[in-house]
Design a protein around this ligand. Structure first.
Ligand code: CP
Length: 312
């Protein structure tokens, strides 16, 4: 396993062993597992991270900011490309080349699929994909896996239901593929027009993953986790279709009986109206804890790609 200098572009670039190692490393930063360790504060002292956010973000940008500062890094970058020389016509490639020369790690969110890969081809330093359009958001997948592992104590042997926008949701595509490396039963719940695309189902079949598909939430759902997602308005070409579908899979207060049965509710956030805030106080509504776990995963990833934590 080698993490130093490595790009984090696509969850499929990581083996089961590598993913488990990242999850194990994240525990080192998580107060649920270790008492505050002051040596973490200087792990990456003297290093600079550049945050290049071409698209809005709350969790990913701010948790990377927080993670970088918690391990001693300086931060540069932007979240409004119009306030940079891109506004004057500077190319994507030149922007990456310039930021590459000022930093030790680049973290980029961009609306175009494969833009992180393009950035990695230009940059000499590690590039971490913080979401490239409809394609990938690998650090979200890692924090999702971390949350499941932390809550269930294992990944092998669990059942995960994925619900909502399974067609456009990059988080569910990547999560489904990552879970397929483990012995996890998967349940897909969506409107037929937002079903898990065939290309992903074919991969699951080839990996002999057990999965089921439903058009509505089964009354007798048996799962360790239900992963709810937002219908991605910004990915619809036909907004009338979005309006027809958007409210089909809202979890209202009647979902409490599922939480009472022990099913843990996850969501990558932001939510719009797909989870009633009345559910937030239930101990099995874990989406805010899930977002917090992103901090520990991102501290671990920064330390690993900088070679400041040895990987075996
Ligand atoms: N889950 C997630 O990526 O949230 P942000 O868009 O706020 O970063």
């Amino acid at each position: 396993m080698k993490f130093k200098g490595r790009d984090i572009i696509d969850i499929n670039d990581f083996s089961k062993e590598e993913l488990l190692y990242i999850l194990k490393t994240a525990k080192r930063f998580d107060p649920a597992f270790v008492k505050s360790d002051r040596s973490n504060y200087t792990i990456a002292q003297g290093k600079i991270v550049a945050l290049l956010f071409f698209e809005p973000s709350t969790r990913t940008e701010q948790s990377f900011r927080s993670a970088a500062q918690k391990i001693g890094m300086g931060i540069i970058g932007f979240n409004d490309p119009e306030a940079t020389s891109i506004h004057k016509g500077e190319t994507f490639s030149d922007t990456i080349r310039i930021m590459d020369s000022y930093a030790d790690v680049l973290i980029m969110r961009h609306p175009e699929a494969l833009s992180a890969k393009k950035a990695a081809e230009v940059a000499q330093i590690p590039v971490i994909n913080a979401g490239d359009g409809p394609n990938q958001h690998p650090t979200q997948t890692m924090l999702d896996l971390y949350t499941m592992m932390k809550e269930a104590g294992k990944l092998d042997g669990i059942t995960v239901a994925l619900m909502g926008d399974l067609k456009y949701g990059r988080t569910v595509h990547a999560l489904s593929l990552a879970l397929s490396l483990f012995r996890v039963k998967q349940i897909f719940i969506s409107h037929p027009n937002l079903a898990m695309p065939d290309e992903f189902l074919k991969i699951l079949k080839s990996r002999k993953v057990t999965y089921e598909e439903y058009e509505r939430l089964p009354e007798n759902l048996e799962a360790n986790f239900l992963y709810q997602t937002r219908v991605q308005k910004e990915r619809f070409k036909d907004l009338k279709e979005y309006e027809r579908i958007k409210d089909k899979f809202i979890l209202d207060s009647s979902f409490k009986k599922y939480l009472d049965r022990g099913i843990k509710l996850m969501h990558p956030l932001p939510r719009v109206n797909e989870i009633d805030p009345a559910l937030d106080s239930h101990k099995n509504a874990i989406y805010f804890a899930q977002a917090r776990n992103g901090l520990y995963i991102r501290e671990a990833l920064l330390a690993l790609v900088l070679g400041r934590i040895n990987s075996r």
